[in-house]
Write a protein that binds this ligand. Structure first.
Ligand code: ADP
Length: 304
């Protein structure tokens, strides 16, 4: 298999920490130019897999490759093609943001224009001369990604890059990932945010309890695991779910913004009868069809 066509290849990877089976044999490969998402709840095994991939953790069994190298033995060439953004924050806090980038620019023999371009791209030009110890979490994370891009990598690996960040930082980071991939470069991103995976990823590997449940494009994930729904919003106020469960099965009823909403999967056989009953007993504010959300899918897949 061409290692340039598939910069990431993982085969039957397992990892046990004492008695805990963090990875139970996962396999996947990431194609050049793809944004590949690793989506799953906390504790699913995402960080473990990424740490093995970049060679800082030894697997119990299985193989993992970056470009043509085994992860446990990465060459200088492969390291130069790689940008890594992991949660631990190893910036120089007593230096300014600009100085942090300049320091690494010297290491990589990158010119200073690149530093200024990156500060600009990550909306840090104005704050560039402030000490990093005074940066917000979002600013530090933006700087960390800017630093990972300094040596112009071909492959970017990010572990939960937007966890706990402000919306502006999230937007800047998402845009930078999209721009990076638009240049034909490859991204592997782990996240527990469905919306993030939905927006960014060409393909999602859904991981739960150390296993990959499915690998598909987001749209397919939604159509395969989540049905379209018909949403009926009831006008009456102060209605209680208990008042309704003789009319509609309780699993379809929920409260949304203080209103009672009935959500019926489009493939529900009794759909017509349920809507007739609702119309008979209540005043209806709206009825419309909604696309399945990744949220629904997430709940369904983690329950399995
Ligand atoms: P995620 O990144 O999806 O949140 P992790 O890879 O961090 O998941 O964790 C997977 C499982 O392995 C969890 O049950 C976690 O508690 C366990 N785990 C992770 N790191 C260690 C470690 N160093 N020692 C023992 N157990 C660990």
């Amino acid at each position: 298999m061409n290692s340039l066509q598939y910069p990431i290849r993982i085969e039957e990877l397992t990892k046990e920490y004492n008695k805990i089976k963090a990875l139970k044999g996962i396999s996947f490969k990431v194609k050049k130019g793809e944004i590949f998402g690793f989506l799953g709840p906390n504790g699913a095994g995402k960080s473990t897999a990424l740490n093995i991939l970049i060679g800082i953790l030894k697997p119990t069994s299985g193989m993992s490759y970056l470009f043509e190298d085994n992860s446990m033995d990465l060459s200088k060439k492969t390291r130069q093609r790689l940008g890594v953004v992991f949660e631990e924050n190893n910036l120089y806090k007593r230096l300014s943001g600009r100085e942090n980038l300049q320091f690494f620019a010297r290491l990589y023999n990158t010119n200073n224009n690149k530093v200024e371009n990156l500060l600009d791209l990550f909306d840090l030009s104005t704050a560039g001369d402030r000490l990093v110890k005074n940066y917000s979490k979002g600013m530090k994370q933006r700087l960390l990604i800017a630093r990972a891009l300094l040596n112009e990598p071909q492959l970017l690996i990010l572990d939960e890059p937007t966890s706990g960040l402000d919306p502006q930082s999230v937007e800047v980071i998402h845009k930078s990932i999209e721009d990076f991939a638009a240049q034909g470069k490859t991204v592997l991103i782990s996240t527990h945010f469905m919306e993030e995976a939905d927006r960014l990823c060409d393909k999602i590997a859904f991981i739960n309890k150390g296993q990959i449940v499915t690998i598909t494009p987001p749209a397919e994930l939604k159509s395969r695991y989540g049905a379209q729904i018909v949403e009926v919003v009831i006008k009456e106020k102060n209605l209680k779910i208990d008042n309704m469960d003789n009319i509609v099965p309780e699993r379809f009823i929920r409260e949304k913004d203080g209103k009672i909403v009935v959500e019926i999967p489009i493939n529900e056989l009794k759909m017509g009868k349920i809507i007739d009953n609702l119309k008979k007993d209540f005043e209806i504010l709206s009825i419309h069809t909604k696309e399945a959300s990744l949220h629904q899918v997430f709940l369904k897949l983690t329950k399995q």
